[in-house]
Design a binder for this molecule. Structure first.
Ligand code: ATP
Ligand code: MG
Length: 399
């Protein structure tokens, strides 16, 4: 098949027959007309022979004709020729029309099949560009729909592959870096390349710290992949969101003091009963609080606000201090994403905390987003207060 224009938004058009197909139709018409003429003559000959040879049939035909003549009171039925010939003509025309139509439908089908072959050869951005009437058009729409969904599935598959590759690259990079240090420092101890016991102890300490960093990454990664599974159980219990947030604020109080900052909780109403997996939700707010403490440069205050209506609870965790650049805000929830500053400052972290938080919130049927201006950097979590039956499954590939 020749090259076709490759565009998925081709203008719908009618099938144009090739000159070969037009000649085919003409030949079909001629052959049919000739065959019908022969058939008509044969029928006429047989009929007249039969009538001539059988007087009773002759009478019957005349009687039959007379009934029609009386009924229609018309002259055209007066002779056998004027009755039979127009009738034959009409029948012949209908037969020719029917045969040509049938042949034309076969040609349309051939066009569809050849388009299908063209797509199957790998031209997935091509769609059957013409419109037909009736069932054939349904076939065309189904084929085009099928190609669309196949292309989408291929794209998804590619995304999954890409995402897996990225994950492996990121993980191997993040594991290799501390591992190289561990091997390096343990190697020094192994080869006794240290001057004093203090030196050896400090090398061991560095190796230990790096090993803990690796453990953190592996734990986060495990948690991340766990909450991405559509089958992950959400153990719903009834709890008071205000109480949960207040308890978290107490847990982080010491850390906040060390950073010369305060954590304040504003709740309205004073109690907000809802359903959710507290263990997972604590992880979300733990990460938001620890982020506020880790990254909120110059933070004087961390505020946690809990509000809600009949359907939804809204929890805001915000910190004052330097803001997150607008272009980074959209990517914060991507796994392994860390704002450049945090990387360069060597603040420990894997860049998985917010990705995990987002998955947990999604598992509960809620959503999370971030806002940042000169005054506040806020993370806003919306959660349904009641268990969501048809909860959203994370759309990204599972790894
Ligand atoms: P982990 O939470 O897995 O230990 P992490 O804290 O680096 O690692 P995330 O919690 O996903 O990962 O945060 C992603 C990045 O978003 C952080 O590295 C940081 O650059 C930025 N970020 C998050 N919260 C804040 C905040 N409150 N202020 C400024 N930057 C923030
Ligand atoms: Mg974090």
């Amino acid at each position: 098949m020749q090259d076709k224009p490759v565009s998925s938004i081709e203008k719908k058009k009618r099938i144009t027959l090739t000159s070969k197909e037009i000649s085919e139709l003409l030949a079909e018409a001629i052959v049919t007309v000739v065959l019908l003429l022969l058939l008509n003559i044969a029928v006429l000959v047989l009929l007249s022979t039969w009538i001539e040879n059988s007087p009773s049939s002759k009478d019957a035909v005349w009687a039959f004709k007379n009934i029609f003549v009386d009924w229609l009171n018309s002259d055209i039925f007066l002779s056998g020729r004027t009755v039979i010939l127009p009738l034959f003509f009409v029948i012949d025309v209908l037969i020719v029309f029917w045969r040509l139509l049938r042949r034309y439908h076969q040609m349309q089908l051939r066009h569809i099949i050849s388009e299908l072959h063209y797509i199957a050869e790998g031209h997935y951005d091509h769609r059957i560009p013409f419109e037909l009437k009736g069932d054939l058009n349904k076939i065309i729409s189904s084929i085009n729909g099928l190609v669309d969904s196949t292309v989408a599935a291929i794209e998804d598959e590619r995304e999954i592959e890409k995402s897996k590759d990225e994950l492996i690259t990121n993980v191997s990079h993040d594991i290799r870096t501390p591992l190289t240090s561990i091997i390096g420092y343990l190697g020094l101890i192994e080869d006794r390349q240290y001057r004093s016991n203090e030196d050896a102890l400090s090398y061991a300490h560095i190796a230990y710290t790096k090993a803990k960093q690796m453990k953190l990454l592996v734990d986060d990664l495990f948690e991340y992949t766990r909450v991405r599974q559509p089958s992950v159980p959400v153990n719903y219990t009834s709890f008071d969101m205000v109480q949960l947030i207040e308890q978290l604020a107490i847990d982080f109080e010491l850390e906040a003091q060390q950073q010369h900052t305060t954590i304040t909780v504003h709740a309205n109403p004073e109690h907000l009963l809802m359903e959710g997996d507290t263990e997972k939700l604590v992880r979300v707010f733990n990460n938001l609080l620890s982020n506020a403490l880790k990254y909120g440069k110059g933070t004087q205050e961390i505020v946690m606000e809990v509000t809600g209506d009949d359907n939804e609870a809204t929890i805001v965790v915000k910190n004052s201090g330097s803001s997150i650049p607008q272009e980074a805000l959209d990517q914060l929830f991507d796994r392994f994403y860390r704002v450049d500053e945090s990387r360069s400052q060597e603040i420990s972290g894997t860049g998985l905390g917010l990705a995990i938080a987002q998955n947990i919130v999604t598992l509960h049927g809620g959503y999370i987003y971030a806002k940042s201006n000169d005054q506040w950097t806020s993370f806003i979590v919306h959660l349904p207060r009641k268990k969501v039956i048809n909860r959203a499954v994370p759309k990204e590939p599972f790894v």
